[in-house]
Ligand binder design. Structure first.
Ligand SMILES: *[C@@H]1O[C@H](CO)[C@@H](O)[C@H](O)[C@H]1NC(C)=O
Ligand SMILES: *[C@@H]1O[C@H](CO)[C@@H](O)[C@H](O)[C@H]1NC(C)=O
Ligand SMILES: *[C@@H]1O[C@H](CO)[C@@H](O)[C@H](O)[C@H]1NC(C)=O
Ligand SMILES: *[C@@H]1O[C@H](CO)[C@@H](O)[C@H](O)[C@H]1NC(C)=O
Ligand SMILES: *[C@@H]1O[C@H](CO)[C@@H](O)[C@H](O)[C@H]1NC(C)=O
Ligand SMILES: *[C@@H]1O[C@H](CO)[C@@H](O)[C@H](O)[C@H]1NC(C)=O
Ligand SMILES: *[C@@H]1O[C@H](CO)[C@@H](O)[C@H](O)[C@H]1NC(C)=O
Length: 925
């Protein structure tokens, strides 16, 4: 029994051995393919999302791997040689087993959504020739891996999230590498000189990383290189001249770095170069005079935003392959070659912001460009072309989409022929000296999306034809002399997002149809002569962000529907004739940041609902007829007296320089409150005023300053016997009871009124705020300064008036307003001689103040709004409210304290606003 058992066991063992041998033999034959299968199944396992279901339905075990989609095997179907599952939209990770595909030559996983690290096993696949992981979300470090791919020709890791230092040793064991694409990742560190070990390298692309340091000169040893792309990094230093050794180089792309120095002539002498992109570095040098011979093959030359200088050699017009020419933002000078149109392949020409000009006032080069039938983009912004647009501009290429000729000192009319350029998307003629009307032919520019004609001298009305431009998104006509009415047909511009027609001479009402433009975001009708009320339909502009209607003659109530504009950030309705109350609904303007209602006739109380406007940072309700209590909660804690001045019936906290509220009344008892308010405040006020006037008439003079003031006994004040004397009544009459519409200036310490005396003499009266201690100080300072000085370029004080309630200076009237008005209003313009004279005038005034006077005087607040111009345009310095007299011991400290402000000419708010507007509409250019 035991024997039998052992015998059978031996038999079994023998069988087993045999079986095992057979199995082993079979296994040996299919070893590679099963390993490959396992590796591929591991990959299948790691795919978490497979929208095409290729893995689920096609990569199945009942068919051979060699029939699987994306797999290529060798002729005998023994080994997988290629895995290409690009563009499958797969999500998942790359398993390390993929490195077991021992005969693989192509691994293409590009254009998927694979994430995680690249396993190190991949970098040792010694049969691999093509590795392409482009366009995935792979991350992690690659610097610590050993690259040992003895067959690899092509590595592409473009557009992933790889973030290590650039692997220094990458070229150690990659003897045949021809193409290395590591662009669009987050590699940092320096480009190692060991790169030169990749002797066969033809394509090097490292752009869009964070690489720093210099470009190693050893790059010049990679003599097979055809393309170098290192753009969009932080590379420093100079371009190594060894690059000129690269006799096969076709593309040199180093733009958007911090490179410096002269670009050596040898680099501009590489006849193989087709693409040169050096944009946005600090490179200098000039173009070779025979650029046609030096760079005969150049197609794409981009030197923009550097420090290149010299002329554009006319030989450039023989570089006949040029397609893209970008020289903008350098200091090129001289003429734009008149034969530039010989560049028949030109598609893109950017010469902006240089000092280029034209050899003819007809801008012949522009006519010549009509030969470039492929021209799509033309930018001449910011060159002193000093000519007029030829009508041949209408012969420019039908392909032209963008035409930018702004700030070029162009004179004359806009040629009607521009209307031929029917494929234009953007047209800018901003900031020239164009005259005449907007051509009606513009109506033919059916594809136009942006039309920018601001800051010219265009006249006439907006042609109806503009209403045909149904794709127009931005229409900017600011600062011209356009007149007539705002057409109701503008409502046909249904694509319009921005409409800027401010600072013109439009006289109509805002057409009711306008409010149907429900997608409009920005609009500016300011500084025109628009009349009529604001329509309730303003509430239709649901996405409105900015609205500026200031400085018109709009009247009527403020529509409560404005409260529905949830995105409104900026609203300026100042200087109109709006009346009625601020609607309660203003508390719903939750995005509001700036609100200006100054100089209207708005009445009623300030709604407490506005306390909720948490983003409101500028509020100007000054010079209206508001009354009642200024809300004190929420955002109102941040506003100062300036926001509320000139509303005699407002009451509130003492820091707001209004009367204290006599009784805290419930807001609902509006009418009663109003009456009580009238009784409590207005009546005693007028009594006080009457008493003050009588007192002033009878009492002795109050002196201006402390010293040599002459007192008289007829209720009239004068600091010097020569000064003219005025009674309070005269001042009242002269200013029409200090009527708002006589206010010509508002400062921190008071207001300045225009006034006309009975004898017809025009004067200005500066009234200082009563309750304000600093205003008192300011009055004293100004008295102190002005009483002692006399100069052609200083504002002359005619008289002064002071009693406990009322302090004022009577000044010369300056009929031409302030320098600020002239500088920042498009309705005025100063020529160079006027500007020079004003500068001389101001300098003379300062010289007098600083040196010609016994006590040096520092003005301390020198800015354009304090430089006033008389009828002969002679400048007079004004506003000595914070002037300092330098004397004795504190002279030196005073001087150092104030010197900082002396040289500073405040830019003024108007400019900032204009710039904000400009940047808004020029953003897209
Ligand atoms: C897998 O896809 C390939 C290529 O489209 C096809 O030839 C093969 O028949 C498919 N296999 C299965 C099991 O569907
Ligand atoms: C292969 O297997 C899959 C499931 O694993 C099945 O859906 C498919 O029908 C099978 N194909 C063949 C040809 O047997
Ligand atoms: C990988 O596949 C994409 C298309 O899916 C192709 O454009 C690319 O050239 C391939 N990569 C290599 C190295 O062949
Ligand atoms: C495949 O590779 C993995 C990891 O890279 C390794 O652990 C495994 O032993 C390999 N499998 C085979 C069958 O070679
Ligand atoms: C690199 O090129 C320079 C000449 O430009 C040569 O002197 C140097 O020996 C080369 N280096 C290598 C490693 O080939
Ligand atoms: C504006 O549109 C209306 C209706 O589509 C049309 O009748 C009118 O002619 C258009 N006006 C202009 C000036 O294009
Ligand atoms: C007032 O202004 C300050 C600083 O600008 C700001 O931090 C604060 O939030 C504002 N107060 C209110 C109530 O909004």
């Amino acid at each position: 029994m035991e024997r039998n058992l052992s015998l059978s066991m031996i038999t079994m063992a023998t069988h087993c051995l045999l079986l095992c041998l057979v199995v082993a033999a079979t296994a040996a034959a299919s070893n590679d393919i099963t390993t490959d299968q396992q590796a591929l199944l591991a990959l299948k396992d790691h795919i978490t999302y497979d929208p095409t279901n290729h893995f689920a339905h096609n990569w199945t075990l009942n068919t051979s791997v060699c029939t699987w989609i994306g797999i290529t095997c060798d002729v005998n179907n023994h080994e997988v040689t290629a895995l290409d599952i690009s563009q499958f939209n797969l999500q998942g990770t790359i398993p390390p087993q993929l490195g077991n595909l021992s005969s693989l030559t192509t691994l293409n996983l590009s254009h998927n959504k694979l994430f995680g690290n690249i396993p190190s096993s991949i970098y040792t696949m010694h049969t691999l020739k093509f590795l392409d992981f482009t366009d995935n979300q792979l991350s992690g470090s690659v610097s610590s891996f050993v690259f040992n791919m003895s067959s690899i020709l092509d590595i592409r890791l473009t557009n992933n999230r790889l973030s290590s230092e650039l692997p220094k040793n990458i070229c150690n064991y990659l003897p045949y590498l021809k193409a290395l694409f590591l662009d669009k990742n987050m590699f940092h560190g320096k480009i190692s000189s060991a790169l030169s070990k990749c002797k066969q390298l033809q394509q090097l692309n490292l752009q869009f990383n964070n690489l720093s340091g210099a470009i190693p000169k050893e790059i010049g040893n990679l003599t097979m290189l055809k393309g170098i792309d290192l753009g969009y990094n932080k590379l420093h230093g100079e371009i190594p001249h060894e690059i000129a050794n690269l006799r096969n180089l076709e593309a040199l792309v180093l733009g958007m770095n911090n490179l410096v120095g002269m670009v050596s002539a040898t680099i501009f002498n590489m006849s193989t170069l087709k693409v040169i992109i050096l944009i946005n570095n600090s490179l200098s040098g000039s173009l070779p005079s025979r650029i046609d011979l030096s760079l005969p093959n150049v197609e794409h030359l981009n030197l923009a935003l550097n420090r290149f200088s010299g002329t554009i050699p006319s030989s450039i017009t023989n570089a006949s392959k040029l397609t893209f020419l970008e020289l903008g933002g350098n200091t090129f000078s001289g003429f734009i070659p008149n034969t530039i149109g010989n560049l028949r392949n030109l598609e893109w020409l950017n010469l902006a912001n240089n000092s280029l000009t034209s050899s003819t006032s007809k801008l012949s080069f522009l006519s010549s460009l009509a030969n470039c039938k492929k021209l799509r983009f033309l930018n001449l912004i910011g060159n002193p072309l000093n000519g007029f647009l030829p009508s041949s501009i209408g012969n420019l290429s039908m392909s032209l989409k963008t035409l930018l000729i702004a700030n070029c000192s162009i004179i004359g009319n806009i040629p009607r022929a521009i209307g031929n350029l029917s494929n234009l998307l953007i047209l800018t003629l901003e900031g020239n000296k164009l005259t005449g009307p907007i051509p009606i032919t513009f109506g033919r520019l059916q594809k136009l999306q942006g039309l920018y004609l601001p800051f010219n001298k265009l006249v006439g009305s907006i042609p109806d034809e503009l209403c045909h431009l149904t794709r127009l998104a931005e229409l900017v006509l600011l600062g011209n002399k356009l007149s007539g009415s705002i057409h109701s047909c503008l409502s046909n511009l249904t694509s319009l997002r921005s409409l800027y027609v401010g600072s013109n001479r439009f006289t109509s009402v805002i057409p009711s149809t306008f409010w149907s433009l429900k997608d409009i975001l920005f609009f500016d009708f300011s500084s025109n002569f628009l009349v009529g009320p604001l329509s309730l339909d303003i509430g239709n502009l649901k996405v409105l962000v900015r609205i500026n209607l200031s400085k018109n003659n709009l009247s009527g109530d403020i529509p409560a529907t404005i409260g529905g504009l949830k995105d409104l950030q900026f609203m300026d309705l100042a200087y109109n004739r709006l009346e009625g109350p601020i609607p309660e609904s203003f508390g719903d303007l939750t995005s509001l940041e700036v609100l200006n209602f100054s100089k209207n006739k708005i009445s009623g109380s300030i709604p407490t609902s506005m306390e909720k406007l948490i983003y409101l940072r500028e509020l100007n309700l000054s010079f209206n007829k508001l009354e009642g209590e200024i809300p004190s909660g929420g955002i109102f804690t941040n506003f100062t007296a300036e926001s509320f001045m000139g509303n005699e019936l407002l009451c509130g906290l003492p820091n707001l320089q209004v009367q204290p509220c006599k009784l805290s009344k419930p807001r609902t008892e509006h009418k009663l409150g109003k009456n009580i308010l009238l009784f409590v405040i207005v009546l005693p006020l007028s009594i006080a005023l009457t008493i003050a006037i009588t007192l002033a008439l009878k009492s002795k003079l109050i002196e201006c300053g402390k010293r040599s003031t002459v007192l008289s006994n007829d209720g009239v004040l004068s600091s010097q016997a020569t000064l003219r004397r005025f009674s309070y009544l005269e001042l009242l009459q002269a200013t029409d009871n200090f009527a708002e519409n006589n206010i010509i200036g508002i400062g921190g310490f008071g207001s300045v009124y225009r006034a006309r005396l009975e004898d017809g003499m025009k004067i200005a009266i500066k009234v200082f705020h009563r309750q304000c201690a600093s205003a008192l100080k300011s009055f004293e300072a100004e008295c102190e300064v002005l009483k002692n000085i006399r100069h052609r370029n200083l504002i002359k004080v005619i008289s002064s008036y002071s009693n406990n309630d009322f302090k004022a200076l009577v000044l010369e009237y300056m009929s031409n307003g302030s320098l600020e008005d002239w500088l920042h209003s498009s309705n005025y313009e100063l020529n160079i001689f006027q500007r020079l004279n004003i500068m001389i005038d101001v300098a003379s005034a300062l010289e007098y103040l600083h040196f010609d006077h016994s006590t040096p005087i520092i003005h301390c607040d020198l800015k354009p709004s304090n430089v006033l111009l008389d009828e002969n345009m002679v400048a007079h310095l004004s506003d000595f409210g914070i002037a300092k007299l330098l004397s004795g011991e504190d002279e030196s400290t005073m001087q150092t304290k104030t010197l900082a402000t002396i040289g500073y000419m405040a830019p003024g708010r108007t400019v900032v606003w204009l710039q904000a507007k400009k940047s808004n509409y020029t953003k897209r250019i």
